[in-house]
Design a binder for this molecule. Sequence first.
Ligand code: ATP
Ligand code: MG
Length: 430
Amino acid sequence: MNKSIQSIRGMHDILPKDTIIWQYIEHTLKSIVHDYGYKEIRFPIVENTNLFQRSIGEITDVVEKEMYNFKDRNENSITLRPEGTSGCVRAGIEHGLFYNNQEQRLWYYGPMFRYERPQKGRHRQFHQFSAEAFGCTGPNIDAELILITARCWEKLGINKNISLEINSIGSIQSRTNYRKKLISFLEKHLKKLDHYALRRLHSNPLRILDTKNHATKELLHAAPMINDYLDNDSHTHFSKLCQLLDATKIPYTINPYLVRGLDYYNKTVFEWITTTDHNNKKKTICAGGRYDTLIQELGGPSVPAIGFSMGIERIILLMQAINHEIFNKNIHNDVYLINSSDFDIQKHAILISENIRSEFPSIRLIVHHRKDSIKKQIHLAYKNKTKILLILNEENFLKKTIILKNLQTNAEEILKLHEINTKLKYILNI
Ligand code: ATP
Ligand code: MG
């Protein structure tokens, strides 16, 4: 036998038993952003490589080692999107969505690709749900995005298992100032820095702040803090954001080491972290921040912006860890139409089923199409968690009747064809 072909490492199929969970999450998130007035935008999953290099920044984990870069047949360098903000901004500029400082509140959802070492909650194809708000400078829009995410956790039933960390990384100018102080501090402790930190010392020292290396973490306790170097505007912005979160009763912790992995952020950055995990390892479920200069850097007008992205696979892992009720839900069918293998009867069954569907568009109805005995079909109907059986055997066919069995009460009766719809309406309460 030929060896079967498998999916690419780190890229997973989502099977029918799991799609019910995905659909539940997608539906919940989409309806929340919709209710806040956000509109969906869709853009391609491949972009020119230089878009990501320019927006995310050259000296970042993503651009240095996680991107799926390819040459197309014309030798153009293209990349599978590792995140959505770059493509969203590119599309907005290209189609004039930011002309005249227009406000845009957008959301998108879909697969992202990063060449990382696959492990629990870390895949090479994963899914993000994101929102981006363009054209608002104030901390009120920052608060709105955080409130949206908080509402998502509440609706998904994971709000008790997740906590908010926020920080301000200031303006580009104040960061330049802080950067110098941080470099000169770290230069005094070169021996305690790992390869990762040394590589970033002069190119992107702020990234060292979110290191996972224990020794570097220790060292950073004595390092200058970014909060002490904030410009006045960023300082006021951040303190107003804190006031808004206090007023709306969103608990948060200020984490001075939170800087985020991509270069384009300024002022507010935030992350939602799990407080529940099997291995006691905290995981970031959702991350976001302001990026007021990115649109201009990518050739567009000067438009302030902020956004967040949540990782759906990590939300599912958390829901699994807390044994969320959605994992025990099954899809139920309303009606299962059983028929015999005679062609005329099959044709008749299809006509009856289409008539029911036209009358009741919300009904979930399965018509049996394989050549099985009536007994086996009934067995399958039970397995499919059905409320009502409709049985069309030869005798009924000839007499122009049908058997209806209500599996909730076990009551069985023979109906004339024109009585079916009224009966279904009554039993299913529609
Ligand atoms: P991490 O520090 O875990 O690598 P990140 O900072 O690279 O995360 P972001 O770029 O901020 O992540 O992406 C936002 C969210 O997308 C993350 O909080 C996470 O939930 C999810 N995410 C990122 N990378 C992956 C991945 N490889 N597999 C699954 N989910 C991911
Ligand atoms: Mg990462």
